[in-house]
Structures are given as C-alpha cells and as structure tokens.
Ligand binder design. Structure first.
Ligand SMILES: [Zn+2]
Ligand SMILES: [Zn+2]
Length: 475
C-alpha cells in the first residue's frame, strides 16, 4: 500500500479536526492504523479482522480492498487476494495498484481519489501541507458537514500551549492561531509563540519532544491547510487577530515611546557597533526590530541607581545571523543620540520613552570660530591616531572601521562630524567621560573636550617616552 515514510507524522490539530468532520472515516482510519501495526507485529489474523471490520463500514472501498489484498498475499492466501484485486478492477478499471502508489506525489490524482472514494479522505488529507495541495483542499471542504465544522473550528484552531516558564508577558493561551506552524512532533503553534518558547527551551512546549533539527534549520514553514481553514471558516476571528497583531506592530515600531533598549555597551553615532546577543530576551527584541522593519534599538550602559545611563545611542541593525541555539551576531551602526525620559519593561527587556539630542546650530562669526576650532582639533586627532603603534591602530581600525575624513559640511549632521565620534570611540577614556561628551549638544564643547583629552594623552605619552630615553642614557 502507499506506506507513509517513517518520519512523516500526523498533524495533531488537523487530524483531530478531521476526525470530528468525518467521524466514520476516522473510525475506518483507526482500524487501518491498527491493521498496519498488527501486520508489523506479525499478527496477520488479527490484522485481517481489522480489515474486515473496516470494509464492513465502507464496503467496496478501493484502498481497503487493496490493503486486504496485500495482507492476503503476505498470508499466501492467493485466492482471496485475487478476489479482492478483481473487485478493485471492477470498481475502477483505471485505478491499478501502480497508479495508487503515485497518489502520494501527484496532487491532481490525490483529488481524484478524494472525490471518488470518500473513505480515503482522512487518510490523504493529513498529508496536505504544501502550497500545491490548496486545489485539493478546494475539492474536499464541500464534502465536510458544514454546520458541525463551524462550531468545532474555533476551539481547535487555537493556542493550547502553556508558556508559563517564559519570562515577561506570556502569549495569551487560547488565541486563534496566527501564522500557524507545525513541529515535527505534529503540534501546531503560532510562529511567534513557538519562537518565544524555543528561546527558552529547545523542545516542543506541549509534548516536550526535542526539536533540535527544527532549530538547526530554523525552517518554520506555515502550515498551509490550517491557515486556509482559518481563512475560510473563521474570517471574523482572523481579522480580529490581525487587528491585534497590527496594533502590536505599530506599538513596537514607535521610536520615541517604549523604544527597545539593549543594556550592553557604549555606542556612538555614525560608528559601527558589532552585536553579540546571548540572552533570550534580546533575541526576541532583535527579532521584533527586524520584523517591524525599524531595525532600530537603543544601546545603553547600565547605571547603578537609574538602571541605565541617561544618554544613549540609537543603533540600526545592518545585518544579523541567528544560530541554532537562538543566539545571534550582527552588525549595527550608530544613528543618533538620545536622552532617557522614563524606563519600563516589555517581555523581559527594557524599553524607554526618549528624547533625541541634536547639536545647537552655530551661526555667523560663531560659526567661523567653530570651523577654525574644528580644523585644529581634527588635525590634532589625526596626528595622535597616526602616532599610535601599528598594533593599536590596527585594533582600532578592525573594531570601528576606517577613520573618516574631515567631512564636507561641518554642521550638516545633527550629531556632528563623523570623525569626532570615531576618535571618541578610539580614545582611551573612562565610560563616565565618554557619556558626558555623548550628552553634549554643543559641537564646540565636544571639540574642546576632545582637545583637552588629546593634550593629556599626548603629555602622558611624551613623558613615558622621556623616561625610556633617560633610562637609555643612564645605561
Ligand atoms: Zn500563539
Ligand atoms: Zn509536540
């Protein structure tokens, strides 16, 4: 018969639904299942009994006759086998054993069988997970008793998983499936609910089966049939669910209110920032940034009393790669500075209401003065950078990228010239000093601060060199 591959297992939600829609066929299907396992256990007589029972319920069913014919063959009862085989051919001379084998591959033939032999519906429908099977579905659904179906669906096509061990706000149990995916163990979840559960434990939330293979590929395909059933029979519930989803996406896209915050390291505007994300709450945060399309989050330092630093940098994700265990690495770049107004939590990570920082514009003679100061500090910075030992310079370059040029328009960027942030990131400074400069909205003040730091550092380097020189003289 058309043996299912070993790895191919039944979708629990869908098969439950179908058994309710087709109760008689369900009973037949169970008998067939028992027949197969009895045959595997070398109990042909008991298996034959199940065949008889199934055929009593669905007389003349081709797939059952075929099954019994095969069983007779293994029992070397050739006469009975031939009788069943000829009954099959009388019913449908075109449906030979060979074509029956093909049914698993060819959707159009699948739908033929379903139309002709009602009994096979349940058996074949369970394999319908592919986009190509949609047409087959069209031909099946009218057979289903419509009234019972509509009553039953809302209870079946809902989250049943328990995610109480997930920190933060738990996804609502009993919500209609949204983007349903089915695990290899046959359990169905909303894509996002499953991802969140898998962030914390690599097994099925319902049956606890290990899902290492699914995680290795992270290939969460939408279960087309379940989605189609929801679309057809629960369109009102679906549009409610979609509305909630859209509202959540809008909320998550807000870049001034409840902005996602990654408490990790110092970051500067225009400076590249490599990402290494090892904590599950931040895997969720990064996924959401990508899903909403903002790709942005705030990078902050932790502060003892306030929770996070007052001044932070908005980062934009340039690329991100997720590993089987859920951790991810990526590249981001500093976009702008902001001040934290208030701090909250969402699903295990911080969020903040923020106010963006922009430089005050200098005009007229002030602007000329600023340009002169800028050019001096730029030259000082570059000569400090080129005076560094090769290994230090290479380290800085590999971490922050090339040292930017002077740039065209001095005040075009509300965060100030790019090179000033690269120098600030490279200078051996304490976090506290870096934060103070990050919060300055006067370019003049920042340039003066950089100049002071350069003077101190150059002085230190020179005195160290003098010490070396005097030692050499004394030797
Ligand atoms: Zn869900
Ligand atoms: Zn499971």
């Amino acid at each position: 018969g058309p043996a299912r591959p070993q790895a191919w297992r039944v979708n629990v939600v869908l098969s439950g639904l179908l058994e309710k829609c087709f109760p008689d066929e369900g009973r037949v299907c169970r008998l067939v299942g028992q027949e197969r396992s009895l045959q595997r256990q070398q109990q042909p007589e008991a298996a034959l009994l199940r065949c008889h029972q199934a055929l009593d319920m669905a007389p003349g069913d081709i797939s059952l006759l075929l099954l019994r014919a095969e069983l007779y063959l293994t029992m070397k009862n050739y006469e009975q086998a031939l009788q069943d085989a000829s009954a099959i051919c009388q019913n449908d001379p075109l449906l030979t054993k060979d074509s029956f084998f093909l049914l698993n591959q060819n959707p159009s033939e699948k739908s033929d069988v379903i139309r002709n032999t009602n009994c096979s519906v349940l058996y074949f429908i369970l394999s319908l997970h592919q986009e190509a099977d949609k047409a087959v579905l069209e031909s099946i659904l009218p057979i289903a008793p419509n009234t019972g179906l509509k009553r039953q669906f809302p209870n079946d096509l809902k989250d049943a998983h328990d995610v109480t061990d997930t920190p933060g706000k738990v996804p609502k149990k009993g919500q209609l499936f949204f983007e349903p995916v089915t695990t290899p163990c046959g359990h169905t979840f909303c894509l996002k609910c499953l991802e969140r559960c898998l962030d914390h434990a690599p097994h099925c939330p319902l049956c606890k089966e290990k899902l290492s293979e699914l995680l290795a590929s992270r290939n969460f395909n939408i279960t087309v049939l379940a989605e189609e059933l929801i679309f057809r029979y629960l369109s009102d519930e679906l549009s409610d669910r979609k509305r909630i989803y859209d509202e959540e996406m809008t909320e998550l896209s807000n870049l001034t209110r409840d902005v996602p915050i990654f408490v990790c390291d110092m970051a500067f505007p225009t400076v590249p920032c490599p990402l290494h994300v090892f904590e599950p709450c931040y895997w969720l945060m990064i996924r959401r940034c990508m899903e909403t399309g903002t790709k942005r989050f705030g990078m902050c330092l932790s502060a003892e009393h306030a929770g996070i630093s007052e001044y932070c940098c908005m980062l934009e994700i340039k690329g991100v790669r997720t590993f089987p265990d859920g951790s991810s690495v990526g590249d981001a770049i500093g976009i702008s500075r902001f001040r934290v107004l208030s701090l909250r939590h969402r699903d295990g990570y911080n969020t903040a209401d923020i106010e963006y920082l922009e430089d005050e514009k200098a005009e007229g003679p002030e602007c000329e003065e600023l340009t002169a100061l800028h050019d001096v500090v730029y030259q000082q910075s570059m000569s400090w950078f080129t005076s560094l030992p090769d290994n230090m310079r290479e380290q800085i370059l590999s971490h922050f990228g090339l040292m930017p040029d002077r740039g065209p328009e001095l005040q075009s960027n509300p965060s100030g010239p790019t090179w000033s942030w690269s120098i600030l990131a490279a200078l051996p400074l304490e976090r506290k000093a870096q934060l103070a400069i990050l919060g300055m909205t006067s370019l003049k003040e920042r340039l003066l601060a950089i100049r002071r730091i350069l003077v101190i550092i150059t002085h230190k380097m020179n005195s160290r060199q003098e010490l070396v020189n005097s030692r050499e003289r004394n030797n």
